[in-house]
Design a protein around this ligand. Sequence first.
Ligand code: HSE
Length: 429
Amino acid sequence: MNKINIGLIGFGTVGSGVVEFLHTKKSYIANKYNTEFTVKTVCDLYITPDKVKKFGKIKTTKKYQEILEDPEIDVVVELIGGLHPAKEIVFGSLNNGKDVVTANKALISHHGKELFELAQQNGLRLFFESAVMAGVPTIKTVTEGIIGNEFNGIYGILNGTCNYILTQMSDNNCSFPDALKKAQEKGYAEADPTLDISGGDTAHKLLIMAYLAFGKFIKFNEIYTEGISQISQNDIEYAERLGLTIKLLAIAKKVNNTIEARVHPTLIPKEHPLASINSVFNGMLLDSDMLGKVLLSGEGAGKMAAASGVVSDLINLAHNPAQPILSNLTYENKALTVKKIDDVISKFYLRLLAVNKPGVLSKITGILGKHDISINSVTQKEQDAKSPVPVIMLTDSTSERNMRNALKEIEKMAVIKSKPVAIRMETLQ
Ligand code: HSE
């Protein structure tokens, strides 16, 4: 029987889930994997012995150094999230000869490369399956499952909180703040939910996947990121009538020697499989050259969903004498450069609030034409001549630069009564 002692740092939603998971499945794991995991110490600033007593004899501490310096601890499980002191904990653990399991996407996205190199130098393992889509095996798929293939693109719904909010707004006519409150109550959101809503959490996850799939370490600020707070129920409804669904999509595409990486609300066809990934479920479409398209989906946030990925990592770690994926993690494709957002090409949905009188549309289409933007369809939503009316336009593919310049001009028109809304579209073919 393999015996592994764990020091767990961070007893929040995920940390407490891991302790509960290991406790509940102790005999199943021991019988099936011939491994006995013991959570020796739990560290958290707010920990008290009574919080862990139902899980057996577990030592508690508020000082993570006690775990890093304990020679009996084999693996450090870091679940506090954020950059500090997570960075010190993970570097410190690898420098003290301990394997590490973490779910920390911010840490891996900022320091992954150095950490993988350090783990490799020290002959240690660093696993982080739950950093992206919780227990759904995205990391394992890209680093071990689909190998030998080159990736053309990654399209992901990677934030459970945002997907839950958009689904609540669309299916239950729920307001944005009410949907966010529900997501927080269910334990999907980060401690600071602005990371979820702003798209930052999704960008962290995209950065990790892009690195693993393309071998290009994109910096966080090189990923164009827009969150979901500007999405209105009107847009959800108008899109629906056009056969489209709004998702916060993470997109990374490789074209020749450039890579584009962006996170923003995106309209996708209602019949595409990603469109039916709803609520806290996450989805990732991987486009590879030999295998073709692969879709992964499952709960991407929440206590047991995240704990499941951490426990899978622990069991894998107990069985792999050397991490098979490390060379894969340190591979770099130096020829790739990151495309500037201005040069990215998309189709757009535009919602303009315009005065309802003859000649207005021709002025708007004139500006779009001047900026080389071709229009696919135009719909006016209300007929009331007295008030401004919403006008919905779908465009053909155009560059971000052209669209931004056109919108600046349109916004200044006297007949336009509020800031134009522009949402990118992806056909996902
Ligand atoms: N806050 C994240 C989400 C949790 O909503 O998806 C998992 O990373």
